[in-house]
Design a protein around this ligand. Structure first.
Ligand SMILES: Cc1cc2nc3c(=O)[nH]c(=O)nc-3n(C[C@H](O)[C@H](O)[C@H](O)COP(=O)(O)O)c2cc1C
Length: 482
């Protein structure tokens, strides 16, 4: 293994030494505070007076396990129930939910539509009931639904073939995904119809009890692609104003149709050009084609470094639109997965980590801290904490205590160890056998057409027949890496 495992860093000194070796300025508290005064136990009061009970957030985690017509399955209900027992008081979106069929990222993604509403309502209620049965109240629990259109990563129909909706021809991504130069670009009129779908979906989410909707602008999906539509002509491309028109139109529509619904945005604050497996399968960046801007939040001359100027401008726009809830993430799982979800072991369609995954964790924490410093009155959720493993609580406490982020978002850890937040808050010793070790099976499984879940650590998946199929897929992957 090229990088030391987190579990080997047993003492604060070990952890600090590793951070020093990597030249990373990642703060952490050696001692965890307990009780009601602990930083992570503090509530957060929104501008409208709603009090969120603590500083943990469940990140959206889809399971590729809905029915073909977009309804939740038994697996989906189980996952949301586990979100409920986590003790986290902010549930950001549950999972990506397509506002219509052609925007699904996979044929098993949830859809919000008239015919799925009662199931989505039951899904939310399952989470709430589980939360109340463990913690007595849901009065300080805030739950949103993540609304999405998957844009150039849409795979809506059985078989999962790519059926991209694109805003412009992107030289890197068109090439990577084999889009010909004459592939059609969505028209302004079609975008207006999509805006209407988002507004309709938001209103429906409100009617079935969701307290906010996330207008997803991350990970390469359509909302994110708008932000780099520099080369698109017409009212949705070119200037910053045009590239944010989609968002502003949806917000205007929601404010008319569901004025009491809160709005949030999950944003890839910075992005990078694609990486691919190099000679020893280690990730290496593709060659740069020209100096034009294709990556939101990246330096124009060197897109492997972030430049948050436009990101700050975007957050200032959210503030001006009275959008208080922001979830900061980065990159895309499709073309730079080590940026987005740092892991020691890559997914089957990926490459070996080109950097110690701790570097990826620190990069997202630093970007979030800088953004928080620029636009302090937005509620900011930070992302990419799972790789920290045993050191997650210590970094989390430091980040919240020093105001670098308001909430600690947990993604993969929620699949292996959903009780981690409550264990931290109550001062219990962490259950080491449940700590996510970033094997990436939760990504490899869906990349091979299977449901997601924690196959190494969650007996429900480990002992399921799907685990066998996954084993075969992984064996093939191993051959590829050898
Ligand atoms: C299996 C899986 C499913 C995910 N589903 C979503 C999703 O539906 N929406 C979203 O915005 N991010 C999704 N993500 C990204 C996570 O929310 C999170 O940003 C990422 O895993 C990094 O956080 P972590 O280090 O805590 O895992 C998913 C990630 C994984 C591994």
């Amino acid at each position: 293994m090229r990088y030391p495992r987190m579990a080997q860093l047993r003492t604060p000194q070990d952890f600090q030494t590793r951070l020093d070796e990597l030249d990373l300025e990642l703060g952490f508290d050696a001692e965890m505070q307990r009780g009601p005064d602990a930083p992570l136990a503090q509530s957060y009061t929104l501008r409208d007076g709603f009090r969120i009970g603590n500083r943990f957030c469940v990140q959206p985690m889809e399971g590729w396990d809905g029915s073909m017509d977009g309804k939740p399955s038994e697996n989906t209900f189980r996952r949301w129930e586990r979100f409920g027992i986590s003790g986290a008081k902010l549930v950001w979106g549950g999972e990506a939910t397509a506002v219509r069929h052609d925007g699904r990222a996979n044929p098993h993604q949830l859809i919000i539509s008239e015919y799925t509403l009662s199931e989505l309502e039951a899904l939310r209620q399952t989470l709430v009931d589980a939360h109340i049965s463990h913690f007595g109240t849901a009065d300080d629990l805030l739950i949103g639904l993540q609304l999405t259109h998957s844009g150039r990563f849409s795979r809506p129909t059985a078989g999962g073939a790519l059926e991209p909706t694109i805003l412009y021809h992107h030289p890197y991504l068109d090439e990577k995904y084999g889009l010909p130069p004459n592939y059609s670009v969505i028209s302004d009129g079609e975008i207006e119809m999509l805006v209407a779908d988002f507004v309709r979906a938001a209103k429906q989410a409100y009617e079935i009890g969701f307290q906010f909707v996330d207008l997803k602008h991350c990970h390469g999906y359509l909302g994110h692609e708008f932000l780099t539509a520099y080369s698109r002509s017409g009212k949705y491309g070119g200037s910053f104003e045009n590239r944010t028109r989609f968002l502003r139109e949806i917000v205007t529509g929601i404010r008319t149709e569901a004025p009491n619904l809160r709005i949030g945005v999950r944003l890839s604050a910075f992005d990078m050009p694609p990486f691919r497996p190099g000679a020893d399968m280690a990730g290496e960046p593709v060659e740069l084609l020209d100096e034009r801007r294709y990556w939101f939040g990246a330096e124009q001359a060197n897109p492997f470094s972030f430049d948050l100027e436009e990101t700050v401008r975007f957050l200032e726009l959210l503030d001006a639109l009275h959008i208080e809830l922001v979830n900061v993430t980065a990159g895309s799982p499709y073309y730079c997965h080590h940026i987005q979800r740092p892991a020691l072991f890559p997914p089957s369609d990926g490459y070996q980590p080109p950097e110690d995954p701790l570097v990826g964790v620190a990069r997202q924490i630093e970007a979030t801290a800088r953004l928080k410093a620029h636009v302090p009155n937005l509620l900011m959720v930070g992302t990419a904490y799972s790789y920290l493993q045993e050191w997650l609580p210590n970094v989390a406490q430091y980040v919240v205590r020093t105001g670098q982020a308001d909430f600690i978002g947990l993604g993969r850890m929620m699949l292996s160890y959903p009780e981690m937040p409550v264990d931290i808050l109550t001062g219990k010793t962490l259950q080491r056998k449940s700590i996510c070790r970033t094997f990436s099976d939760c990504t490899t499984a869906p990349r091979n057409g299977l449901v997601s879940g924690c196959f190494p650590l969650d007996a429900y998946y480990k002992e399921s027949p799907v685990a066998e199929t996954l084993k075969t897929a992984k064996a093939q992957m191993k051959e590829k890496f050898e």
